[in-house]
Design a protein around this ligand. Structure first.
Ligand code: NAP
Length: 277
């Protein structure tokens, strides 16, 4: 490790956030993690009496996001790394899923992350130092029936992340979108919001997908601790990537997607070019 950093991670009660916090603490970093209740706060701070700090925060609460960042920078000092990890998956056929569920999906996965980014950016820009890591998903590249709202939110965060990286590069700041494949966390278990089925026309397409995801929960190929170590590698890098896939499933599926997309672009090239002039 090059030097100890202050790493701020949203959503450290379980999954990637918890694993990353533990690995970062083991590597000697100072970690501020957000949780959503007092018990989780105590559990997190017990991980390390000197270097683990927890704050209660729901990332949809804009005023609280700003308050927490300001308080941490005033008391603990500059945040070197922000990891926007807090998020959840909505599962449901688009026609069956209320718009309100889409709004909430975007409120947490997109607006929550951007709120945190806007809170840390002034300080990072003034210091000409900082790294923002957004946990997106392979669902920010590939799609599957039944996760339109989730994929929409992760595509959005991928695009925002890549754009932001170009905006802050002149200041020496780094932005990385980390896109995991399927990992053994609480994502497809307690954290997932599943819209109940209503339209029989979708049964044949979607029921097997829902059942397979439920059956696979807890048995996914990815290990969150290994993901945490990979994220620490980019935190320690002087030249971190704009995008990082995690897991061989993500690698295979995203490569397939890019090849299919490229072939489709080629197949329609003449029509695409026909609109110039
Ligand atoms: P997880 O174990 O369910 O952890 C999710 C964390 O986010 C929890 O700490 C949760 O807090 C927190 N959170 C959820 N909504 C929040 C809100 N409104 N405000 C603040 N915190 C909130 O699942 P995970 O897999 O580690 O998820 C972390 C990130 O990885 C998510 O962005 C997810 O989309 C992404 N991801 C996961 C996978 C996968 O296969 N596991 C794949 C690709 C991407 P509570 O404990 O209070 O609910």
């Amino acid at each position: 490790m090059s030097s100890a950093k202050t790493v701020f991670i949203t959503g450290v009660s379980s999954g990637f956030g918890r694993a990353l916090a533990q690995e970062a603490l083991s590597a000697g970093h100072r970690v501020v993690g957000t949780v959503r209740n007092r018990e989780a706060q105590q559990v997190f701070e017990a991980l390390n009496t000197h270097r683990a700090f927890a704050r209660q925060l729901d990332v949809t609460d804009v005023a609280r996001c700003n308050e927490v960042i300001n308080e941490i920078e005033a008391t603990l000092g500059p945040i070197d790394v922000l990891v926007n990890n807090a998020g959840y998956g909505h599962e449901g056929i688009l026609e069956e899923s209320p718009l309100e569920q889409m709004r909430h999906q975007f409120d947490v996965n997109v607006f929550g992350a951007v709120t945190m980014i806007k809170a840390v950016l002034p300080g990072m820009r003034q210091r000409r130092r900082g790294h923002i890591i957004n946990i997106t998903s392979m669902g920010g590249f590939i799609t599957l029936p039944g996760i339109a709202y989730y994929c929409g939110s992760k595509f959005a965060l991928e695009g925002i992340s890549e754009t932001l990286g170009k905006e802050v590069k002149p200041f020496g700041l780094h932005v990385t979108a980390v896109a995991p494949g399927s990992f053994r966390t609480d994502w497809a278990g307690r954290s997932m919001i599943r819209t109940p089925r209503a339209i029989a026309d979708y049964d044949a397409l979607f029921d097997p997908i829902r059942q397979a995801r439920e059956a696979k929960s807890g048995k996914q190929p990815g290990d969150a601790v290994k993901a945490a170590r990979a994220i620490l590698t980019i935190i320690d890098s002087d030249t971190p990537p704009a995008h990082l896939l995690l897991g061989s499933d993500a690698l295979t599926l995203v490569r397939e997607k890019l090849a299919t997309l490229s072939a489709e672009i080629d197949a329609w090239e003449t029509l695409t070019r026909s609109t110039d002039g």
